[in-house]
Design a protein around this ligand. Structure first.
Ligand code: NDP
Ligand code: MG
Length: 378
């Protein structure tokens, strides 16, 4: 049996991970989880999965949960996430938290000797160099869950990294892919949350509409596969069937195809190095590709720039984006203001190279507070 830990269990990736665990119940021992704000959902998860240690989002309901589940240990908040990360039994630590909250739990899980299955791309965007150093120092494995990166990981299995000429990741284009920039002035939160191909958490759905998500993924791919930015390409692909491609020096291009179902990459990471039988039908009627439009999607262009400049800039971009998306989801700013805020915040920031983890965390908080404060409606 493989020991598992799952942060963000009540979210989109978290719930799909729980589905995958139930498919092969005897293969896994789910030790620790963190829950969300929906109590009804939390109770269903606890009754079905019976973990040993549970992190609640806030302390208000701690006493009730303790009474109802006397055999489980309850913790809460950011400290509670770290308690799960530090739990003294090895295993696979699946991080499905959204946003910058994912970074420190990943760090503590690695230093406690756990392998990592990472959905939380923000971890690598903020601190990719630190994470890679820690992974090497503590001799643990880091597996991607993000669909494009899972595809690239699978395509690179058994290949020599020196024989790669480029990586290509696809982008569906998000909710507004058929709208010209002019039309983006008046779009609503409801419009932005309607992703054409995937059902996901709110933040990543907005990030897909602004193409920030692809920018974060380019930085994520750079760190995961040690490939320079000028060899990581993005292409628009409406169908979300081809997730990643690798182009080799001999002219061969390998592509990885599957239906738009996150349980496929989750299953691969949980059972790696084995594949588990799970029949799905992939309909290959037509596949369309279009070159990326960096003028239509300026945040993707910014992410390449920021990734190349390294240091604190990826953290600043990520923090400004996280705060701007929060403001948009609270109807405090318009959709296009997300771009303006992220671009302006990065432009104003004087970069620091090779920042410590402490400085990364501090900068993330400072930038998020600054953006929330400056752009909130008064
Ligand atoms: P969701 O918003 O659906 O789920 C996130 C979960 O984490 C929620 O249960 C949320 O609780 C909880 N959470 C968020 N912040 C905190 C915090 N500070 N402390 C404790 N719990 C917290 O997100 P997704 O599942 O969509 O995404 C998770 C990660 O996976 C993201 O980094 C995303 O980019 C990545 N990803 C997602 C994909 C998808 O298909 N969804 C695809 C590829 C990558 P609450 O219920 O209270 O909000
Ligand atoms: Mg992705």
């Amino acid at each position: 049996m493989k020991n598992l830990y799952l942060l963000g269990a009540a979210g989109s990736i978290g719930m799909q991970t729980l589905d995958v665990i139930l498919e092969e119940k005897d293969a896994f021992n789910l030790i620790g989880i963190s829950l969300g704000s929906n109590d009804e959902l939390n109770h269903t998860i606890l009754k079905t999965h019976q973990p040993k240690i549970v992190c609640l989002r806030t302390p208000e309901t701690l006493v009730d949960y303790k009474e109802q589940y006397p055999n489980m240990r309850f913790v809460y908040g950011d400290e509670g996430l770290l308690d799960i990360a530090k739990y003294p039994e090895k295993g696979l630590f699946i991080n499905a938290l959204s946003g910058s909250s994912g970074l420190m739990p990943t760090v503590f899980a690695i230093t406690s000797g756990k392998d990592i299955a990472l959905a939380n791309k923000e971890t690598l965007v903020m601190a990719g160099d630190h994470i890679k150093q820690l992974v090497a120092k503590h001799h643990v494995n880091l597996y991607p869950i993000d669909s494009e990166h899972s595809s690239l990981w699978q395509l690179l299995r058994g290949e020599d990294i020196h024989e790669i000429s480029s990586l290509i990741i696809t982008a569906s284009g998000g909710s507004f892919r058929d709208l010209p920039r002019e039309a983006l002035k008046t779009v609503t939160i409801e419009d932005a949350l309607k992703h054409p191909n995937w059902s996901m958490g709110k933040k990543i759905t907005i990030d897909s509409a602004t193409m920030m998500n692809k920018g974060l993924e380019v930085i994520e791919a750079h760190h995961l596969f040690d490939i320079p930015y000028d060899k990581i390409h993005t292409v628009l692909h409406n169908e979300s069937i081809v997730h990643g491609m690798v182009s080799f020096i001999d002219g061969t291009v390998k592509a990885s195809l599957s239906t738009s179902d996150m349980r496929i990459p989750i299953r691969y990471a949980l059972h790696y190095p084995k594949r588990i039988s799970h029949p799905t039908s992939l309909s290959l009627t037509s596949l369309n590709f279009k070159s990326m439009d960096f003028e239509r999607f300026p945040l993707l262009a910014l992410a390449y720039e920021v990734g190349k400049q390294k240091g604190l800039l990826p953290t600043v971009m990520n923090a400004a984006n996280e705060a701007a998306v929060t403001l948009f989801l609270k109807s405090e700013i318009s959709f296009l203001m997300i771009e303006d805020i992220v671009i302006q915040t990065v432009k104003e920031f004087i970069n620091v190279l090779e920042p410590s983890l402490e400085l990364i965390i501090e900068t993330n908080h400072k930038i998020q507070h600054m953006v929330l404060d400056r752009y909130r409606k008064r």
